[in-house]
Design a binder for this molecule. Structure first.
Ligand SMILES: CC(C)(COP(=O)(O)OP(=O)(O)OC[C@H]1O[C@@H](n2cnc3c(N)ncnc32)[C@H](O)[C@@H]1OP(=O)(O)O)[C@@H](O)C(=O)NCCC(=O)NCCS
Length: 162
């Protein structure tokens, strides 16, 4: 099946809202600024980040099966956030595909040389995915709970969309 990274459409938020079933998974996905429960209608506003871009991974029938955002934190550095895959589509490589496409899009749009993201230390699937993509933990900018991870052009494979 072909998967396309496209701009998030209003109806995608209804789909994404069904993937979040409890407060813990909500916080792991979107951080402390998105309360649980929320209504799908509120999501665009709750997820809005100044200067940020939102993208969805769509399956062949245009059905949204993944979502992620990026925004520039400082010149030359772009930050990824709110990465999520539909629960039914997890564990078969979809998250890796979404990340690669999102990274490629973020670099193309911002011309950043460095990509960062934050992940909770206890989020094993996400931590494993990001590590395997070449992201390294920056301990000096991490806390007991939340890791800052970074990758740059120097790290092989991170910036390629293949
Ligand atoms: C994190 C997430 C996006 C991964 O998506 P996915 O489609 O399941 O990931 P993939 O199938 O592409 O797997 C890629 C890698 O992730 C890791 N991974 C995936 N599921 C895992 C699991 N259950 N346990 C441990 N590692 C796992 C592995 O390293 C895997 O590589 P491998 O298949 O070569 O072993 C998905 O679990 C998710 O949406 N989680 C909820 C939201 C969230 O926590 N987002 C992260 C916010 S920082």
């Amino acid at each position: 099946m072909d998967f396309e990274l496209r701009a998030t459409e209003p109806s995608d938020y209804d789909t994404i809202a069904t993937w979040i079933q409890d407060a813990v998974s909500c916080s792991r996905w979107a951080g402390p600024l998105v309360p649980f429960p929320f209504s799908a209608r509120e999501l665009p506003e709750l997820l809005s980040v100044k200067g940020g871009s939102s993208y969805s991974l769509a399956a062949g029938n245009n059905r949204c099966i993944g979502f992620g955002q990026f925004w520039v934190v400082r010149q030359g550095s772009v930050h990824l956030g709110r990465i999520i895959i539909s629960p039914e589509a997890r564990g078969v490589g979809t998250g890796r595909l979404l990340c690669k496409k999102l990274i490629a899009k973020a670099i193309q749009e911002t011309d950043a040389a460095r990509v960062t993201l934050r992940v909770y230390r206890d989020n094993a699937p996400a931590l494993s995915l990001y590590s395997s993509l070449g992201f390294a933990i920056i301990e000096s900018e991490s806390t007991d709970k939340l890791l800052l991870m970074s990758a740059s052009n120097a790290e092989q494979g991170v910036m390629s969309a293949d």
